[in-house]
Design a protein around this ligand. Structure first.
Ligand SMILES: Cc1cc2nc3c(=O)[nH]c(=O)nc-3n(C[C@H](O)[C@H](O)[C@H](O)COP(=O)(O)OP(=O)(O)OC[C@H]3O[C@@H](n4cnc5c(N)ncnc54)[C@H](O)[C@@H]3O)c2cc1C
Length: 381
């Protein structure tokens, strides 16, 4: 089915991102997987390409697209090349950046946004802690006032770009007496004394993106590191999580769609019993089902993108898009592995890598169970 979401402007931008990725990024995916991080020069190249400044106002060196569909186009193109690229760049330009644009002090915006747009400063966002991620309101890291400064202590884990990040949006408790209303957000410069990183975590998939633990040992933050008002951190996160979740949904479907397309080509070429494996009725019907599943899921995700670009997507609809797309992605990719036979279990095959890369999408950005909690609550059950 033709998609009606994108105009010629979006498609032109898609082509420029696509060509950039094909030329400068796709050939280096193996290198990133080996080093477990994306090379700095590629961050800068993505900045030059205009991918990293989509959310950043022109006055701070960004492109200020002002239309979420450009973010979605970039995410689709990144995910089609490699899931980890969509994750690492997405955390930077689509997820962490809006906190800085909307909530940071002017001095911090001037210091960081031009560098973030240029890919010279890499951003991360640190909510999850070793003691738990789903129950965000229960986080344990603390920030205590000392004069006009804040002293940050605690630990975060599973932080995408954590090993590379120059700047991290950190959620910490500023009022031990309150639960969600006791949480504030800080923009933390990773070069400050007391900011430590653990090793690059050894993940099942997405080896190209770095993921790390972060430790804060009496990190002294200046007053202007506070993002927004004290005690409003939880609200700020809830307001911005729909964008993180619709972005995840866009990546999930684009990723599965691309690998399914490659699998269909494989099924045409691979022979068994003298015929292409795609010609067997079982496989033909299976591929017909998978193509349908992707297109139907895509229609919902496209509608979510349009809604988000307009009035703004509700938390409930974002939860639906996020969990369903993750489910469909994982189902589709499992079949893609099966259709590749033994080759589907070999890391050198894209279907195998994609299958491993996809497993996390049911866990992160709010697990599928938490998404169903949000949807269930809305049903007033
Ligand atoms: C590769 C990777 C990258 C990540 N990147 C980031 C990042 O950049 N920044 C960041 O802050 N976090 C990041 N995360 C963390 C991620 O968001 C958390 O792992 C996720 O929110 C789940 O938290 P948890 O791992 O502590 O699991 P837990 O909260 O301990 O949950 C364990 C299980 O219990 C289930 N569960 C929990 N509560 C309920 C409930 N009420 N009802 C039913 N089931 C429930 C969960 O769904 C899950 O299946 C990343 C994680 C991974 C794996």
């Amino acid at each position: 089915m033709d998609r009606s979401v994108y105009t010629d402007d979006h498609e032109q931008f898609r082509k420029s991102v696509h060509d950039f990725l094909e030329r400068q990024v796709a050939p280096r995916v193996e290198e990133f997987a080996e080093h477990k991080l994306i090379a700095r020069d590629v961050w800068r190249a993505a900045g030059e390409q205009g991918v990293l400044g989509l959310e950043i106002p022109e006055g701070y060196g960004g492109g200020e697209a002002g239309d979420y569909r450009f973010n979605a186009v970039a995410t689709e193109e990144l995910a089609a090349v490699n899931a980890a690229l969509a994750s690492a760049f997405g955390i930077h330009f689509d997820i962490a950046t809006p906190y800085v644009v909307d909530l940071a002090a002017e001095s911090q915006k001037q210091q960081w946004l031009p560098r973030m747009a240029a890919g010279e400063a890499v951003a991360a966002i640190a909510m999850t802690e070793p003691s738990g991620g789903s129950d965000l309101a229960n986080l344990k890291s603390t920030a205590v006032r000392d004069g006009s400064d804040w002293i940050l202590n605690g630990a975060k884990t599973f932080i995408t770009n954590g090993y590379t990040a120059d700047i991290v949006v950190v959620a910490a408790r500023t009022d031990p007496e309150k639960r969600s209303k006791g949480i504030s957000l800080f923009l933390v410069d990773s070069s400050l004394p007391g900011f430590e990183r653990g090793r690059k975590l050894d993940k099942v998939g997405q080896p190209e993106a770095d993921t790390a633990e972060l430790f804060f040992d009496d990190v002294r933050l200046p007053a202007d590191a506070l993002l927004g008002e004290p005690g409003m951190g939880f609200v700020a996160m809830m307001e911005r999580l729909p964008q993180e979740r619709v972005g995840a949904a866009v990546a999930n479907i684009a990723h599965a769609k691309q690998i399914l397309h490659e699998t269909i080509e494989y099924a045409k070429e691979r022979k068994a019993f003298g015929n292409s494996i795609g010609s067997f009725q079982h496989n033909k019907f299976l591929l017909a089902e998978l193509v349908t599943k992707i297109e139907v899921a895509q229609a919902y995700v496209d509608a979510a993108v349009v809604e988000h670009a307009g009035a703004g997507l509700s938390a409930v609809d974002a939860a639906k898009a996020k969990w369903w797309s993750a489910q469909v992605q994982n189902e589709v990719l499992d079949h893609c592995v099966q259709l590749h036979g033994g080759y589907g279990y070999m890391r050198e095959y894209r279907a195998a890598r994609a299958w491993m890369d996809a497993r996390v999408t049911k866990i992160w950005a709010g697990s599928n169970e938490i998404m169903k909690e949000i949807i269930g609550r809305d049903l007033a059950l």
